[in-house]
Design a protein around this ligand. Structure first.
Ligand code: ADP
Ligand code: ADP
Length: 226
């Protein structure tokens, strides 16, 4: 687990678009922070900068106590879950979960243990031998989350992970996400344009507009005002 701090972070794309403008945000150790706002407000760019997938053009980004501005994604100890799942189609669920750990030369027994634990947490035990094509959307999204969990990273980053699911599944997955967060307590940054998601998921919600932070507060304080 680690604290993530954005200290005056800017992103100007090469075409000149200022996607993120002087963003100051402190995400506490173990906190579930939701970034919410309309399409184009800079949520994804913000998340991708934390992941190291996008260079920051101003300010400083801290993970733990260290400035990571120039550190590549693989050295940030962060796992990201994408909207489109990004599973390996030719591998079974089990192989998908284990693959990154194998590359990292983690011992076989440890890999098995982590895969079993993640599968049990996510209710994937009976699907381990299937390939992604034989899974529902919700199951695929669970595998994508499992792949992040087995890495045992310092933080999870999620970019609209539920937006390809139907309404009923989204409600279920929100409950699962909350349970997982309670259980694992990993610092989480979650991007969505959906206010309901923001309201029901986050410890705190950061509202972005035109690349700027408008408000950051608990869902209760933001949305429950009379
Ligand atoms: P959101 O995730 O809130 O929809 P984005 O972070 O994707 O917002 O985009 C923020 C702004 O940056 C938008 O104006 C978008 O068009 C622009 N943008 C995003 N990615 C790029 C890119 N690779 N090159 C240039 N501009 C981009
Ligand atoms: P794997 O990520 O599958 O465990 P590597 O450790 O070789 O395999 O990672 C390759 C690159 O892809 C690294 O930059 C890593 O950070 C990135 N990467 C792979 N999967 C994820 C993920 N779920 N979230 C964030 N980054 C990832």
């Amino acid at each position: 687990m680690a604290k993530i701090v954005l200290d005056g972070v800017d992103k100007v794309y090469s075409g000149g678009v200022k996607a993120v403008d002087n963003l100051n945000l402190e995400i506490n150790d173990g906190e579930f922070m939701v970034l919410v706002g309309p399409s184009g407000c800079g949520k994804s760019t913000g998340l991708r900068m934390i992941a190291g997938l996008e260079e920051i053009t101003g300010g400083d980004l801290y993970i733990g106590d260290e400035v990571v501005n120039d550190r590549p994604p693989k050295d940030r100890d962060i796992a990201m879950v994408f909207q489109n799942y990004a599973l390996y189609p030719h591998m079974t669920v089990e192989q998908n979960l284990a693959f990154g750990l194998k590359l990292r030369k983690i011992p076989k027994q440890e890999i098995q243990k982590r895969v079993q634990d993640a599968a049990s947490m996510l209710g994937l035990e009976s699907y381990l031998k299937r390939r992604p094509a034989a899974l529902s959307g919700g199951q695929r999204q669970r595998v994508a989350m499992g792949r992040a969990i087995v890495r045992e990273p310092q933080a999870f980053l999620m970019d609209e992970p539920l937006s390809n699911l139907d309404a009923k599944l989204r409600v279920q997955m929100r409950a699962s996400l909350n349970q997982l967060h309670e259980r694992l307590g990993v610092t989480t940054v979650y991007v969505t344009h959906d206010q309901t998601e923001a309201m029901t998921l986050g410890d705190r919600v950061a509202v972005l507009r035109d690349g700027r932070l408008q408000q950051v507060d608990t869902p209760k304080n933001l949305f429950d005002r009379p």
